[in-house]
Design a protein around this ligand. Structure first.
Ligand code: 13P
Length: 257
């Protein structure tokens, strides 16, 4: 495994004090596992204050969404340059919750990815099938289409800045984690799609995270899969000890290799 990326997606949770406290706990303890790249993605309203807590720590800051324009009359939206301004390195784009509840299409995600890259952010682009699609045997087809659409027209230099996150929709917030084999199958497909579109070195350079009910108990097994390079953690990232146990698991897997 390359240097793993373990990111916490706090979604629409926590208040200001809780956000500060959690970020401080993670920042303090993440120094014990320097082999792991750690990031936190708080709600937008807390980005600035969490960014201040993370300053001078090895933990990176990320947004959960950004618009494709850098400024203008887009009430309620945030531009990628604003995220950079408050210290973000990453931005999650195309999360299934945004695709499902806010009508984001691959085309919109693609525009956002390009704008984020242009602003110097590293997009964490989420892909994944629903339960119905899996049961109907459409997983590969869905992943291929999302890959082609969301990542259209990116240069070799650009795709190297992108992190992919395979998040099967049926595993998100459900406690139903993908088996390591199910995860590896899709991760290997993503690696192959990268290889076919770019080249072997680029395919190997891109970080592919797994997300969907990652917990301290299942993290090591998932992260041991050859094409799983990290985790995008929802629920378990809201408790410092759980999240840090996942970071520790990533470190341990790397050490064993
Ligand atoms: P859970 O870890 O709560 O299943 O959420 C996963 C996720 O959506 C991370 O982006």
């Amino acid at each position: 495994m390359k240097r793993p990326l373990v990111a916490g997606n706090w979604k629409m949770n926590l208040n200001r004090i809780q956000a500060i406290t959690l970020a401080a706990q993670v920042a303090q303890q993440a120094v014990h596992w320097p082999t792991v790249h750690v990031a936190l993605c708080p709600p937008a309203v807390y980005l600035d204050v969490v960014g201040q807590v993370l300053r001078n720590s090895p933990v990176a800051l990320g947004g959960q969404n950004a618009h494709w324009e850098t400024a203008g009359a887009f009430t309620g939206e945030l531009s990628p340059t604003m995220l950079v301004d408050v210290g973000c390195v990453f931005v999650i784009l195309g999360h299934s919750e945004r695709r499902q509840h806010f009508g984001e299409t691959d085309e919109m995600v693609n525009r956002k990815v390009k704008a984020a890259l242009e602003s110097g952010l590293r997009p964490i682009v989420c892909l994944g099938e629903t339960l119905q699609q899996r049961e109907e045997g459409q997983t590969q087809e869905v992943i291929r289409a999302q890959f082609a659409g969301s990542l259209a027209d990116l240069s070799l230099e650009e795709i190297r800045q992108v992190v992919l996150a395979y998040e099967p929709v049926w595993a998100i917030g459900t406690g139903k984690v993908a088996t390591p084999q199910q995860a590896e199958e899709v991760h290997a497909l993503l690696r192959e799609l990268l290889r076919n579109k770019y080249n072997e070195a680029t395919a190997q350079a891109v970080t592919i995270q797994y997300g969907g009910s990652v917990k301290p108990e299942n993290a090591a097994e998932l992260l041991s899969q050859p094409n799983v390079d990290g985790a995008l953690v929802g629920g378990a990232s809201l408790k410092a000890q759980d999240f840090l146990r996942i970071v520790a698991a990533a470190h341990a897997v790397l050490e064993e290799e």
